[in-house]
Design a protein around this ligand. Structure first.
Ligand code: ATP
Ligand code: FE
Length: 356
């Protein structure tokens, strides 16, 4: 099975070709092209939906051509086209879906609408061949949730952030401390020289049962702590390092503590996880990884973190999710609809077209 994947739901335009053998999991990424838009949005301090949509529409054809070229294939070699049909910025999602629709119709290929979050959640099967069921922590700039993954279309959300995502909190922290964006890597680098115990940051919602998390309060605590040590509007390097270390330790504590609860909740449902997997940009953080690795070691469980380029937004995960759907035999049927919101535990979008 060879599938072209297309992703355009946020600020990365991506196309990839993935080929799977007949085994239960695992596949070969023949090509994966990601064109970012960071410089287009830099002046605005955030992703501007109209600019993103236009950039996707402009770049998507080139990304697809490039992916096919690198894979050494043409449309005739494909078995299907898979495209992110939500959730995300609707203009970008529509640009991807329109393009995919045209390609699939022109080449007589089935078109598979993929939930972006399902793409992230199924990635450990592509990279590590994980068996169902497993527990997934999706932790990025826009998302933070625990998912039990039982099948290509079977996801149960155990809880997640009730306000900001951790990546967003890292980015806001960087902004408050005059560090560059994206904030995660900058804060992590500063934190290496810092004392995580100097400032008492809260561990929000840790005293409450369940797997929900909250990160917006950390930002307020950080602001207060920063203002407490700033002199004449300047922040000493050492103070900044301690603030970063304290903030990062609080995020790591919350993620590890709630991960332990999510594992217990999964087991309480009578499900034995094959592993604990992470995805999303924040999974790049070494301090957070170390905490989660230690947690899993204590639980006798494998900790799986896909390589970073497959943890962040990409189209290989969309192609792979398409392969999983093809194998599961989800019937082709009605039109697929771009959706700005699309919780993972709701039904998947149907396929379009009969295929070859
Ligand atoms: P989404 O995929 O949820 O739509 P996104 O595109 O912002 O959102 P990703 O590309 O997966 O998400 O991740 C980007 C986020 O990860 C940013 O918020 C960034 O600060 C954060 N991040 C990246 N590296 C690190 C790190 N080393 N430590 C902490 N956070 C990090
Ligand atoms: Fe994403």
């Amino acid at each position: 099975l060879t599938v072209l994947g297309i992703e355009s739901s946020c600020d990365d335009t991506a196309a990839a070709v993935v080929r799977a053998g007949s085994g239960p999991a695992g596949a070969e990424i023949l090509a994966s092209v990601v064109a970012g838009q960071t410089e287009l949005h830099a002046a605005f301090g955030g992703v501007v939906p109209e600019i993103a949509a236009r950039a996707h529409a402009e770049k998507i054809d080139l990304c697809i051509e490039e992916a096919l070229m690198r894979a050494g294939l043409t449309l005739a070699d494909l078995d299907a086209v898979a495209v992110t049909s939500g959730p995300g910025l609707i203009g970008g999602v529509m640009a991807g879906v329109m393009c995919a629709r045209g390609l699939a119709a022109g080449a007589g290929l089935p078109l598979i609408g993929v939930n972006h979050l399902a793409g992230h959640a199924l990635t450990p099967r592509l990279t590590d061949g994980l068996d169902f069921p497993y527990l997934m922590l999706l932790v990025s700039g826009g998302h933070c949730q625990f998912l039990i993954v039982e099948g290509p279309e079977s996801f149960t959300r155990l809880g997640g952030t009730i306000d900001d995502a951790p990546g967003e909190a890292f980015d806001k922290t960087a902004k408050l401390l005059a560090l560059p964006q994206p904030g995660g890597p900058a804060v992590e680098t500063e934190a290496r020289a810092g004392d995580p115990g100097r400032f008492a940051f809260p561990r929000p919602l840790m005293d409450r049962p369940g797997c929900d998390m909250s990160f917006s309060g950390l930002k307020t605590a950080l602001l207060r702590a920063r203002d407490g040590v700033m002199e004449n509007g300047t922040l000493r390097r050492a103070d900044r390092a301690d603030l970063c270390a304290g903030f990062q330790a609080a995020v790591a504590d919350v993620l590890a503590g709630k991960s332990a609860r999510a594992l217990a909740a999964m087991r309480a449902r009578g499900l034995a996880p094959s592993a604990f997997a992470v995805a999303g940009g924040v999974a790049a953080n070494a301090a957070i990884r170390a905490r989660l690795t230690a947690l899993c070691a204590g639980e006798g469980l494998d900790f799986v973190a896909p390589p970073l380029r497959l943890c962040t937004d990409n189209a290989a995960m969309i192609a792979w999710a398409g392969i999983e759907r093809l194998r599961a035999g989800t019937a082709p049927g009605a039109d697929l609809v771009p959706r700005p919101r699309w919780p993972l535990d709701q039904a998947a979008a149907p396929m379009l077209g009969a295929g070859k």
